[in-house]
Ligand binder design. Structure first.
Ligand code: DQA
Length: 146
């Protein structure tokens, strides 16, 4: 299994980035973010796949597929499922590679219901509040660790 393949997984409503509450989530689109990540991964010689879904089961299916296709790490912004989904936590617990949880906003500065993350029980690293740079920080950490 190659450790140089990363899956970037974006949860619900993140397809609206750029127009969704830009004061919180910024004005970059998801395509902007994914393209920049693809460019950096290619430069490092890493394989990358970026996926977004508004459906919990599709996110789980993508995690299951990552168990079998040589993916060594998952960068995930589970969006609202962060705070609700035992099922995504269970799927990540069945994945053997590294997991980094990313949030564009600083969830700890926001409503109390955003302070708890099921996914953090599995994540090897958590980045919140750095906007789209959080995804880049996650990717750089993975590349640096090799
Ligand atoms: C988010 C934070 C979540 O609380 C929220 O439901 C999102 C996005 C973030 O990236 O800041 O949809 O994960």
């Amino acid at each position: 299994m190659t450790m140089h393949k990363v899956l970037v997984l974006h949860g619900p409503n993140l397809n609206l980035l750029g127009t969704r509450q830009p004061e919180i989530y910024g004005d970059e689109t998801l395509a902007d973010i994914d393209n920049a990540l693809r460019e950096r991964a290619a430069q490092a010689g890493w394989e990358i796949a970026c996926r977004q879904s508004n459906h919990e089961g599709e996110l789980i299916d993508a995690i299951h597929a990552a168990r079998l296709d040589g993916t060594g790490a998952i960068i995930i912004n589970p969006a609202a499922y962060t705070h609700t989904s035992v099922a995504i936590l269970d799927a990540l617990n069945a994945f053997d590679g590294r997991v980094i949880e990313v949030h564009l906003s600083n969830v700890h500065k926001r409503e109390a219901f955003r302070h708890h993350s099921y996914v953090s029980l599995r994540a090897d690293g958590v980045i919140a509040g750095l906007g789209s740079q959080g995804y880049h920080a996650a990717l750089e950490a993975l590349i640096a660790a090799g």
